[in-house]
Design a protein around this ligand. Sequence first.
Ligand SMILES: [Zn+2]
Length: 226
Amino acid sequence: MAAIAGSGGSGDGRQVIGHSVDDRALVARSWGDAGSQRRVLVVGSIHGDETEGRRIVARLTGRRAERLDGVELWTLETANPDGVAAGTRGNAHGVDLNRNFPRGWRAIPRDSGYYSGPGPASEPETRALRRFLRRLRPEITIYYHQPWGRTLIPCDRRGRRVALRYARLSGLAARDCFPSPPGSATGWQGHRAKQRAFVVELPGRALRDREVRRHAAAVAEIAEPG
Ligand SMILES: [Zn+2]
């Protein structure tokens, strides 16, 4: 995607898509066929204390990712670098970024553990990710979370098919027809942007190396066309 690749400047597919409350960069990277019409995005974490997905993202980089055919794969190690640094679910304002998106946003109090922020898209991380999604328009987006140990299958037909395929390939059991929470990234993408997006809830423990490899292989498999 010329507009995306061109604005990075360095030409290595690395893109700063915005900054956190504490001014940490949100860094996206691209792999595979640069300029392909088919784009797939993988987000390692949006909740800072759910870090196993980042291992899958790390596994997706390098030689296998460079070999990807017919797809431009984008990885965002985390949408919440402040939360990762602090080991917290929310960002530096204590906001749950996956309740801060405008679609279906509602006020959820701080003490619930799912604080939705003072208003829709109040947080810089939410706005950065939304801006990036609008520009990139990924065919498929995968978000890693923990700790349920289930692939969450969206209720709509298009999203359902690809998520079920991911569940089969990764070996992470499906939980069928799981509605997007209010203010979530997947909810916003499905309704506002008509994009297929789903959540992979990894187990609440460290993944074994072979599990990391199998998840990365599942991403590569669904990312490539065919
Ligand atoms: Zn989560």
